[in-house]
Design a protein around this ligand. Structure first.
Ligand code: BES
Ligand code: MN
Ligand code: ZN
Length: 500
């Protein structure tokens, strides 16, 4: 990861410089007045020629402006009065993407508050992500070189403190992106579980359930999905105890013990569709059918990394969905961990089967204050909202409102979708307690209705992130590829409502 250092503002005499500029700006003028003078007015002339106004998202690159600098990139912040952490992050991300082959960069951030400066750095770091593990022949001159970012600020101590709580979030995002990017022959359920176990170094407690444990518990839904694969399934439970003695006084407690909040993730390490096999075109995308689990791991790592004052559990159901002689058939009836029976209609609707058992286990074992599940669950959700927002469903209006607000603030946006009796009826089966798919209409909603039958009436939200887990184009803080959607969203939700 890009190394971030924080220093007292002074005019750099070499390397590249990012220059955040306020719209119409005089407040940030001090940040570059000295620089403009040192370059004989080259900066202001270039900005004027480019009609740079400092609007949000606007950028100008000035190469070799003089005064020893290799390049200056001006990035617009919009009006300072309207500045938010998210806008600062996007400015940082947009700026860092324009640095070509520079190895180091400084940011003239003395006009930014410590919090905004730290968020600017976060955006820059998030955009610099690259998954490089399997490139062995790339020429050195084609590799990005940037390795150091120096924030030049008015108050290094306060900016450092702000960065200290944001860096673990960047670490969590990178961890999730690594997991989601890994090929499916490498990231099998057992390998995924081992990578989670390695997070004990952060202070998380990690429990791993293998095939035998799950069979003994009676996880018939999840094991039905897994039975066609040569890979063993895993369920992994991560615990973070950060609330201490003060955690969630009163309503958050049961018998003196703090009730945790809970995150649950779909971790299908490869989804071929099983016997109801998917078409060949694009099937390689189904390596990222574990992105919900990836996000749960990333947010748990972020909470532990920044020592969040909350008790949280993260549960992931890890399976591979494959066709074979031992695979599940359409028409099979399975008994879920909840005791309810399910008629299998289409073996490609496997994610909800995994979540059914893990959700039931979660509410029974932990009595959490709420459960939030994340899953690349349906193509239908992607058709509804595209790649701009995730869809979510909830039986709890307060939680829904908090989630929506965290989405707007973090930039990981989401939109509430309906639940209701009329949709639930689509799941009626002639042989079992229910079937697991409705039909093509309202496919994302009937999937959510199915999940709701496994939350036992407890507060819950389901995030269908099928359209958000992977991106085919660069965004300001998210290079194309694995997005780690959900990590910043849930970290923000916790920070705003469930700490201290
Ligand atoms: N993992 C897929 C959903 C998906 C599709 C995610 C494309 C991301 C991109 C899920 O397991 C699935 O196959 N869902 C089916 C359900 C159907 C068989 C009821 C779908 O959406 O087509
Ligand atoms: Mn599927
Ligand atoms: Zn799937």
């Amino acid at each position: 990861m890009l190394d971030v250092t924080i220093a007292r503002a002074s005019l750099p005499s070499s390397g590249a410089l990012l220059l955040p500029v306020e719209e119409g700006g005089s407040a940030t003028a001090a940040a570059w007045a000295g620089l403009d003078a040192a370059t004989g007015g080259a900066i202001s002339r270039a900005l004027e020629t480019a009609e740079f106004k400092g609007r949000k998202g606007q950028t100008v690159t000035i190469l070799a402006p003089g005064a020893g600098l290799s390049r200056v990139v001006a990035v617009g912040l919009g009006k300072l009065a309207d500045l938010t952490p998210l806008v600062a992050e996007e400015a940082g991300g947009a700026g860092i993407a324009l640095l070509g082959r520079e190895a180091t960069v400084a940011v003239a951030a003395e006009a930014l508050t410590p919090n905004f400066a730290a968020h600017f750095a976060l955006g820059a770091v998030l955009r610099s992500y690259r998954f490089d593990r399997y490139r062995t022949t790339e020429k050195a001159e084609d590799k990005p070189r940037l390795s150091e970012l120096t924030m030049l600020v008015a108050d290094p101590a306060a900016t450092g403190a702000a960065w200290h709580t944001l860096k673990p979030v960047a670490d969590g995002v990178f961890l999730t992106r690594d997991l989601v990017s890994e090929p499916p022959n490498v990231l099998t359920p057992p390998e995924f579980a081992e990578r989670i176990e390695a997070l004990e170094k952060l202070g998380l407690k990690v429990e791993v359930f293998g095939q035998k444990d799950l069979a003994k518990l009676g996880f018939g839904a999840m094991l039905g999905v897994s039975q066609g694969s040569a890979q063993e399934p895993r369920m992994v439970v991560m615990h973070w105890h950060g609330a201490g003695d003060h955690g969630g006084k009163g309503k958050g407690k049961k018998g003196g013990k703090t009730r945790p909040i809970a995150f649950v993730g779909k971790g299908v390490t490869f989804d071929s569709g099983g016997i109801s096999i998917k078409p060949a075109a694009g099937m390689e995308d189904m390596k990222w059918d574990m992105a919900g689990a990836g996000a749960v791991v990333g947010v748990m790592a972020a909470l532990a990394g920044r020592k969040a004052k909350v008790d949280a559990v993260g549960l992931v159901g890890l399976v591979e969905n494959m066709p074979s002689g031992t695979a599940q058939r359409p028409g099979d009836v399975v008994k879920t961990y909840s005791g309810q029976t399910v008629e299998i209609i289409n073996t490609d609707a496997e994610g909800r089967m995994v979540l059914a058992d893990v959700l039931w286990y979660c509410q029974e074992k932990f009595e959490p204050r709420f459960m939030i599940d994340l899953a690349t669950l349906t193509g239908a959700m992607m058709i509804s909202l595209g790649h701009e927002m995730a869809g979510f469903f909830s039986n709890d209006d307060t939680l829904a409102q908090q989630l929506h607000a965290a989405g707007e603030a973090s930039g990981e946006r989401l939109w509430r979708m309906p639940l209701g009796e009329a949709y639930d009826k689509h799941l009626k089966s002639d042989i079992a307690d229910m079937k697991h798919v409705g039909g093509r209409p309202a496919g994302a909603i009937t999937a959510a209705q199915f999940l709701q039958r496994f939350v036992n009436g407890k507060p819950w939200a389901h995030l269908d992130i099928a359209g958000m887990a992977w991106s085919s184009k660069d965004a300001p803080t998210v290079p194309k590829g694995a997005t780690a959607y959900g990590v910043r969203l849930l970290d923000k939700l916790v920070a705003d409502h469930f700490e201290g």
